[in-house]
Ligand binder design. Sequence first.
Ligand code: SF4
Ligand code: SF4
Length: 372
Amino acid sequence: MHYLIASPHNGKFLVARPGARAGMQISRAMYEQVASIAETSSPLPPWLLDGARTAWSLDLAGASMRDAVLVRPETWLGYGRATYEINKGCNFNCEHCYLAERKFDGLPWDSKARLLRLLRDAGVLWLQFTGGEPLIDRDFLDTYTLAYRSGMLIEILTNGSRLHRLEVIELLRKLPPHKVTVSLYGATPDSFDSLTRKPGAFKLVKKGLIAAREAGITLELALIITKHNAHELAAMRSLADRYGAGRTEYGTISPTYTGTPEPLAAQAPGFLDKTSVFKGCPAGHTFFHVDPHGLATMCKVGRENPVDLMSEGLDGLLRLPRIADAQMLRTGGCGGCQLSGTCRVCRPLAKAYQEAKAPLNTYCQHGSEEAQ
Ligand code: SF4
Ligand code: SF4
């Protein structure tokens, strides 16, 4: 199994080590050198041996290129990143969930494997597994393994409820992910179980956090702040610091991506973060989202005119940039707005808020004007 991946990425070239944050940016000439000896018994070039020692304290002297470095080829599509919603099904039923429906369905294993090969051939280096809850998909372990062996750097976005399982811990130890992000929905069984509407959820997730820490698996914690847990934010932070290497806080709750308002009821007053101006997003151009059936869209929220990767293959992705631009340029209910240059939300998200008839102050600057 490879120790390093050498790959093109967004017009540049890099060497990465699965499971490690540090990476090396290399020149085209260096990339072409390793590409020319990929899959051979040649030793690694001296600059790569030195780089591996410096970046990862990794001594690969004596190793062959074939055994140590997986070289990803240049591709005609420049998609370096993708998110894969392997299954919308979930064992929790969170009040704030942005999925309107969480059906347990998706591709059979053969088609999942074909989809992963398509993602690889589209150039995807960074792959995020999401759901629903990805770890409850029956093919998750095999799908993860194939993505890893294809030379992808993997993030798993999980609710943590299956993290304690031995087969999961062993897989993550053997084939280290780039990142595992666990959503934290509270610091006590009361708040956690009431937001997830799943008795025993807190206990289950805590078991997973402990198992991952004992196995030396690095976690990031995503603190989801809602009306159920805002009063225990300090305790959530210390829980995250105990089990995670990093934490991020999310206090703004969005409608479902289909534009229904149910999740908004979980919003904690005072935690709406609409401070930063939306400055553009390369969704559909350098990254894309794939749903459980292999339908590719610009992102998780902007899901109009999906491209059926399973029937159209990679050629279908050539249409995605224009599909994304159409969603980004649509003004919808915002036509003629004088404040559009300082808007806080992107167009696909604004559309979901408008369809959900969300209170203006939850997403729009005119909401604060009205309040004044
Ligand atoms: S764990 Fe995630 S996918 Fe599952 S219900 Fe909660 S928010 Fe939705
Ligand atoms: S929701 Fe908006 S900001 Fe987020 S990826 Fe999609 S287009 Fe970009």
